[in-house]
Design a protein around this ligand. Structure first.
Ligand code: COA
Length: 260
């Protein structure tokens, strides 16, 4: 399917979705949110795809936020539905059931930082900049930023970043768990590719179980979280991949997972 604001490229089991509005620093307008929702839905249902990489076009920005020009004339009702659509997209990404890696080469501001935080792993260039600058526009984050930043970085950092609107560099973002890996700009593609290949070689049912247990477990009692874990653990025993992984260990060879 052809998109107006997205590029889609497959390399084996890795699908890269690139937000492609470089002249607007990849700002998220409604059309782009809708296209991302469709594209992630397709990636979720395509059995051949095991990992998704999310990127932004050009050198300057991953995504510089929700589209300010579009929001400027919104009524409160339109703003609420825009926020809900953005939040639904972030949840879709977070609960995709397959690992999603954000490739962050430049600005990840506002909705861009929220988009990055909805991904499971975030690889950033040393040049990347992060922030929740909505307060400078008389706004607050509307795509889940207050909640995911709180969960990733804690209350102190969430309040500091949202209340000041300050931009932080990749090193500070790493120290706050907002990114998982920081690399030199010229090493970014190689680092993302290496991580994506590693994850794509894994057993998909196990990856899905880990995502479900960790993401669901973060929002409930330990007893309920342990239930999620046991169910996902048991489900792995229904897969050929689990037999292959344990047999390969005993036979002292590398496992080959088929996604079955
Ligand atoms: N929404 C809509 N358009 C945006 C945008 C956004 N969030 N961020 C950047 N753009 C557009 C600019 O309007 C400009 O378009 P134009 O050339 O048609 O005027 C283009 O992208 C380039 O941006 P510009 O501001 O000229 O680049 P810069 O290098 O001087 O500054 C930023 C880069 C990221 C610091 C600056 O663009 C910025 O502050 N963007 C908004 C960040 C923000 O507040 N995000 C949260 C939104 S809720």
């Amino acid at each position: 399917m052809a998109y107006r604001n997205l590029l889609v490229a497959d390399d084996g089991a890795v699908r890269t979705l690139t937000v492609n509005r470089p002249d607007k620093l990849n700002a998220l307008n409604l059309e782009t949110l809708n296209e991302l929702m469709l594209a992630f839905g397709q990636a979720a249902h395509d059995h051949a795809i095991r990992v998704v990489v999310l990127a932004g076009s050009g050198d300057k920005a991953f995504v510089a936020g929700a589209d300010i020009a579009e929001m400027n004339s919104y009524t409160p009702m339109q703003a609420q539905s825009f926020s809900r659509i953005g939040q639904a997209l972030m949840l879709t990404i977070e609960r995709l059931g397959k690992p999603v890696i954000a490739r962050i080469q430049g600005y990840a501001l506002g909705g861009g930082m929220e988009l990055a935080m909805a991904c499971h792993l975030r690889v950033a260039s040393q040049k990347a900049k992060f922030g929740q600058p909505e307060i400078n526009l008389g706004l607050i984050p509307g795509f889940g930023g207050t909640q995911r930043l709180l969960r990733l970085a804690g209350r102190g950092a969430a309040l500091e970043l949202c209340l000041t609107g300050a931009q932080i560099d990749a090193a500070r973002a790493r120290s706050l768990n907002v990114v998982t890996q920081v690399v030199a700009p010229e090493a970014l593609d190689e680092a993302v590719q290496a991580l994506a290949s590693q994850l794509a070689a894994g057993a998909p049912c196990a990856a899905a179980g880990i995502l479900d247990a960790v993401l669901s477990g973060g929002e409930c009692s330990i007893e309920q979280g342990l239930d999620y874990e046991s169910q996902a653990f048991a489900l792995c025993f229904a897969t050929e991949d689990m037999r292959e992984g344990t047999s390969a260990f005993m036979e002292r060879r590398k496992a080959e997972f088929k996604g079955r």
